[in-house]
Design a protein. Sequence first.
Length: 271
Amino acid sequence: PSAMREVILEVPKVSWKDIGGQQEVKMQLMEAVEWPQKHQDAFENIGTSPPTGVLLFGPPGCSKTLLARAVASEAKLNFLAVKGPELYSKWVGESEKAVKSLFAKARANAPSIIFFDEIDGLANIRGKENDGVSVGDRVMSQLLVELDGLKKRVNVTVIAATNRPDKIDTALLRPGRFDRLVYVGPPNEEDRTEIFRIHLSKMTCSSDVCIEELACLSEGCTGADISLICREAAMAAIEENIDASEVRMEHLRSAIEQVQPSDVDSYEELT
Ligand code: ATP
């Protein structure tokens, strides 16, 4: 039995334009991921090494996964995604093997990115006993060994994401590991305008749709909330007229009323 399902290798098709707002984060990702892979000599010439790993943190639904996929896509890097808890197997030895083969696969397909979603999930399984051995601890040590191995000139970048930076094993945050921390926050009104525009541009909309008003009405909503609002509005439009459906302002207004904003304010209290 394998410790985890085969990790799928892909070059994602997400462009920076598909993500509303997050200008600063996009810049930071280009600097930390694209530049080191494309301009290794520049870093060597000036006598510094680029950051090894990037940790994206922030409330759910604010585009961490989307950003990781976009940087891979924009820089034309292969992309391997795993969720933290997937690295755990109850079979002795299998979990370490899974971590090892993940990094081997990334090196074999370099230039590449390994994306660890829910990296805090690794801390939860730390200390969990199995046949007297702590599987979580062994996964963590293997992961640290692999991360430290990336310091040598290899074209593999690691990006991790978490909603709970406070729950991350601090060993992961030491220099040479996930040493670049980037906050991915909720959208402001201008960002929400962009996000509505991105999602509605894929739909047939009536000319009465006012995106600026939608951005104003959706205070407190995340990108994921806005995506849901647009989908709900489209469903309502279809229900109304299945043959010639178009999304009108009233569909969007009532979808905003139905969708509970993610209340990202509580995020700061949590962490
Ligand atoms: P989680 O922590 O829950 O995994 P996340 O921060 O990784 O969340 P994503 O999975 O990237 O968030 O976002 C979920 C969906 O919400 C995206 O697939 C996209 O449809 C939409 N979305 C979120 N933020 C944006 C944005 N800034 N622009 C456009 N769409 C967005």
